[in-house]
Design a protein around this ligand. Structure first.
Ligand SMILES: [Zn+2]
Length: 230
C-alpha cells in the first residue's frame, strides 16, 4: 500500500459512527484500516516488553453510543462522578446530568471510538485471575495495570499513538487506557464540526436533545476539543 491510498478524511456517516466501511477486523474488534499496521507494531513492542496488550474496546457505533447515553440519562445505567462514586440522577438538573454523563461518556456522533483510530487497551497478563477490568483510573495509577501504564506512556509515541485524556482538563475525566493514532485522529477531529454534530443529533432519538442542542457549542469546547496535545 502506498501513502496515497491512506484515508485521511472520512465521510460524515463514518465520522459519526453510522457506517463502518473504513474499518477492518482485528482480534474480534474493528479498527481503522490505516491504523491497524501501527497497532500491530505497538502490540509486538508490548509483547517484547512482557505485556500482552489487548483491546478492551475499539470501534463503537453511533447506535451503541446512543444506547449507552440514553441508558445513563434514563437511569438504567449508573452515572458516576469524577471519583467513580454513584450520582443520584434525581438530584441533578437536565444540564447537570448531561455534564455528568459527558465526564465519562461521549455524545453519540462525537465518540472518538467511531473513527476506529482510538482504542482502550490493557495488559491481559497483568489482570489478576477472576478479576474483571473496570476501566477506572486507579487500575492504571496504582493497581494491576500500573506497570503497563508506565510502559505505555513511555513507548506509544514511537508508534504515533498518544493519550488524549492523560490529564484532567476539566472536560473528559482521566482515561489512561484510551490511546489515539494521531496521524489520522488529528485531522478527523477538525472534520467533526459543531455543525455536523448538531445535524447528526437533531436527526437522532437522543435523550435530553433540546438541552444538548441549546448548549452544544459549550459542550463541544469543554469535552470534544479540550484534549491533551500530542
Ligand atoms: Zn476510550
Amino acid at each position: 500500500m502506498t501513502n496515497s491510498t491512506i484515508t485521511r478524511q472520512l465521510t460524515a456517516g463514518q465520522l459519526t459512527g453510522q457506517t463502518d466501511s473504513h474499518l477492518v477486523s482485528h482480534q474480534q474488534h474493528l479498527l481503522h484500516k490505516d491504523m491497524q499496521p501501527a497497532f500491530v507494531s505497538l502490540q509486538q513492542a508490548a509483547a517484547d516488553a512482557g505485556f500482552d496488550l489487548q483491546l478492551a474496546s475499539a470501534f463503537r457505533s453511533f447506535d451503541r453510543q446512543l444506547q449507552i447515553w440514553n441508558n445513563k440519562f434514563n437511569g438504567i445505567r449508573p452515572i458516576l462522578d469524577s471519583h467513580c462514586h454513584l450520582l443520584d440522577p434525581d438530584e441533578l438538573t437536565v444540564l447537570e446530568k448531561i455534564h455528568a454523563i459527558m465526564r465519562w461518556s461521549a455524545l453519540p456522533g462525537a465518540s472518538r471510538h467511531h473513527w476506529g483510530t482510538d482504542v482502550d487497551v490493557y495488559a491481559a497478563n497483568c489482570l489478576p485471575q477472576g478479576i474483571q477490568l473496570q476501566l477506572e483510573p486507579w487500575e492504571y495509577e496504582t493497581g494491576h495495570q500500573a506497570e503497563f501504564s508506565v510502559w505505555l506512556n513511555k513507548n506509544i509515541k514511537r508508534f504515533e499513538f498518544y493519550l488524549p485524556y492523560a490529564e484532567d482538563r476539566n472536560g473528559v475525566a482521566i482515561e489512561p487506557w484510551h490511546i489515539s493514532y494521531y496521524p489520522l485522529s488529528q485531522p478527523l477531529l477538525k472534520q467533526l464540526t459543531p455543525e455536523l454534530l448538531h445535524s447528526t443529533l437533531s436527526a437522532s432519538q437522543i435523550a435530553g436533545k433540546s438541552q444538548i442542542l441549546t448548549n452544544l457549542d459549550s459542550l463541544y469546547s469543554k469535552y470534544i476539543e479540550n484534549i491533551c496535545e500530542v
